[in-house]
Design a protein around this ligand. Structure first.
Ligand code: ZN
Length: 199
């Protein structure tokens, strides 16, 4: 059989069916998963039907301490049919989305948002909805709109010369990647100082 480079698949040029068949191959041959070709389905929302199905078909997967994710092989979370489900560890689940999910970046954003105070698994449809609703009003990224405007104004009309490019990359060196400005940092360190003085 031809070796497949799962790490470098060109998902954009593949049909959903091709992606799913490669994904199944990976699940079975690389991760050693036991897929079940059953048409049984459970469309209950609460408790989520697919978890009920998974516990019925793969009870042994839920015996250990480790938290398990029930993944929808075709990435359609309403397709709660046994042949579309597989039980994965959290790590495996992330891997599968990275390798086979054409919307992986969006998925990642959802995860990191959902982890803010919400320890629940990544797969719940309800959770995803809430997140995308919450995101509607929020500006993206850590910096405020105002901050962005300032940035873009200061960049208007300027093209970067090689020299300024260098300067920029030098000035970003050593900075933490976190949100925003020097000012912010100063405030932080000041408030830290104050704490120490109280000792
Ligand atoms: Zn999934």
């Amino acid at each position: 059989m031809e070796e497949i480079d799962f790490e470098n698949l060109d998902l954009k040029s593949m049909t959903p069916e091709e992606i799913v068949s490669l994904e199944k191959e990976y699940l079975i041959n690389v991760l050693g998963k036991n897929l079940i070709d059953s048409e049984e389905r459970d469309d209950r929302k609460n408790p989520t039907g697919y978890r009920v199905l998974a516990m019925k078909y793969w009870p042994e997967e839920f015996e250990g301490e480790e938290k398990k994710c029930v993944h929808h092989i075709d990435f359609n979370h309403s397709n709660n049919i046994v042949s579309n489900l597989v039980v994965l560890t959290y790590k495996e689940h992330k891997l599968i989305h990275r390798l086979f999910d054409p919307d992986y970046e969006e998925y990642c954003n959802n995860i990191s948002e959902s982890q803010k105070g919400k320890p629940k698994g990544p797969c719940s449809e309800e959770c995803k909805k809430k997140i995308s609703e919450a995101l509607k009003d929020k500006p993206k990224g850590p910096c405020s709109e105002e901050h962005k405007n300032k940035l873009s104004e200061s960049h208007k009309g300027k093209t970067h010369t090689e020299e300024t490019k260098k300067k920029i990359s030098e000035s970003t060196k050593g900075k933490p990647k976190g949100p925003c400005s020097e000012e912010h940092k100063n405030k932080l360190s000041e408030s830290l100082k104050r704490k120490h003085q109280h000792k």
